[in-house]
Design a protein around this ligand. Structure first.
Ligand code: PFF
Length: 450
């Protein structure tokens, strides 16, 4: 097998942890997790999500990094070569294709939401939220998403900055994420501190952690599982392609544990910051994608130096989205460079333009085409459902099958270098049986087959 990737290599284990954590921690943790937890009744949903992270997400993350490091190319080419090495069909490369398409679809709407965060940097900095009421915040949010031209402008700007980083290659990715994560964590802790001072803090905590399973539907379980994939960036080759830049000697298992842990802590902190504010202001926890944009500004509007902290928070949110978006598109760019002999720059321009174009569909789905629905879903809802609830679980399921059943045990053992046989066999058991069966059951249950 190849020793290094033609695209370069992370300079250290720490750099990989930062980049992969940068990919995992993003809008999924701070924007999506709170609103889907709110829509699905809180505690029980959160518990199912945590079980999914541990029993399905973590073993698949280890598998995905392992496949990337052994394949050392874009997910499409890595899967083909690994399949050949294992004596299986070259068609396994379709798994790489599934990932490329999923990444493209996700980035097209991810960039629009990141655009909201950018727009909020300007709004918070201008002081419009100072002393604001819950109604006032809702109006400001409503005005933003009703304006397609503004959304398009922010979406365009976000796509440009994303493609600029990707164009610079692995080194560019590394430099971007180095300062980001610690700063984001610090400001989230500050926000939790504010939430703790609210009378409704306890209510928020109970909402997030008190499990009432009577509210859980099979659809909610699928959403929780899909989100476990989404938040850990799994099932679409992003973590695989980052794994392909990982130096040989780095231990994959312990690294994956750190990434999953960091990701989970950030999501829970975001929930702890948001729900007390929701309840303290009589807001609706299930109010959908606008949730953080209609709650956090209230906190910033009422705390000392709120405009400064608020501006900083939304800047960091944009950065968190940025370090995730670059990984969404890296599999496609790496493939174009490998197979079409394109320069990185050219590949970025093509993929960036296509993603930007599709993003216009999401921009309009919040205003002009908001009433055009298929199965009661807008264009944005459909993309979100298709990617998080179908494509990522399908990709994750296939990665588990490949790592557990197709790749030889000798090869996975030599790649993972897990010293304890109990831990290695535990991982193998999870990817062979637990993860694929769990994904299949949850999925079939949600579409009413079983
Ligand atoms: N994990 C990112 C988040 O939680 O915002 C989103 C994401 C990035 C999903 C990369 C998938 C991916 F490949």
């Amino acid at each position: 097998m190849r020793q290094t990737s033609q695209h370069g290599q992370w300079t250290s284990r720490f750099a990989f942890i930062l980049a992969a954590t940068g990919s995992a921690v993003g809008l999924g943790n701070i924007w999506k997790f709170p609103y889907i937890a709110g829509e699905n009744g809180g505690g029980a949903f959160v518990l199912i999500y945590l079980v999914c992270i541990l029993a399905i997400g973590l073993p698949i993350m280890i598998a995905e990094i392992m496949l990337g490091r052994r394949g050392r190319q874009s997910p499409i080419n890595s899967m083909r070569d690994l399949a050949v090495e294992a004596g299986a069909s070259r068609f396994w490369s379709w798994l790489g294709w599934l990932g490329v398409v999923a990444g493209f679809l996700i980035l097209s709407y991810y960039s629009v939401i990141a655009g909201w965060a950018m727009a909020y940097v300007v709004r918070v900095a201008s002081g419009v939220f100072e002393g604001v009421t819950a109604d006032g915040v809702s109006n400001i949010f409503g005005q933003l998403i009703a304006d397609p031209e503004k959304l398009l402008a922010w979406h365009s700007l976000f796509m440009i900055v994303t493609m600029l980083v990707v164009a610079r290659g692995v080194k560019g990715l590394e430099r971007t994420v180095k300062f980001l994560m610690p700063a984001l964590l610090a400001i989230l802790i500050l926000l939790v501190g504010y939430a703790m001072e609210q009378d409704a803090f306890e209510q928020g905590v109970l909402f997030l952690f008190q499990a009432d399973f009577s509210k859980v539907t099979s659809e909610a379980v699928l959403t929780a599982m899909g989100h476990a994939f989404f938040t850990l960036s799994l099932g679409m080759g992003a973590i695989m392609v980052y794994g392909s830049y990982l130096p040989r000697k780095v231990s994959i298992g312990s690294t994956a544990v750190m990434i999953a842990l960091a990701d989970t802590v950030v999501a829970l902190l975001a929930g702890l910051a948001i729900f007390p504010i929701v309840f303290a202001n009589g807001l609706e926890p299930g109010s959908g994608p606008g949730l953080i944009f209609q709650t956090l500004p209230i906190a910033f509007g009422h705390m000392a130096y709120g405009s400064i902290f608020g501006t900083l928070f939304f800047i960091l949110l944009v950065f968190a989205a940025w370090s995730s978006s670059i990984s969404l598109i890296e599999p496609a760019v790496a493939w174009l460079v490998e197979n079409k002999r394109m320069s990185r720059m050219r590949a970025c321009i093509w993929v960036g333009l296509a993603t930007w174009g599709l993003g216009i569909g999401t921009v309009l789905s919040f205003n002009l085409t908001a009433d055009i629905k298929l199965f009661d879903k807008t264009f944005f809802d459909i993309l979100d459902y298709l990617t998080a609830n179908i494509m990522l679980p399908l990709g994750g399921f296939s990665i588990a099958i490949f790592a557990g059943w197709v790749m030889s045990k000798e090869n996975s053992a030599s790649e993972l270098q897990i010293k304890s046989p109990i831990l290695f066999n535990g991982w193998l058991f999870l990817v062979k049986f637990v993860s694929p069966i769990a994904v299949a059951v949850v999925f079939l249950n949600a579409i009413d087959v079983i």
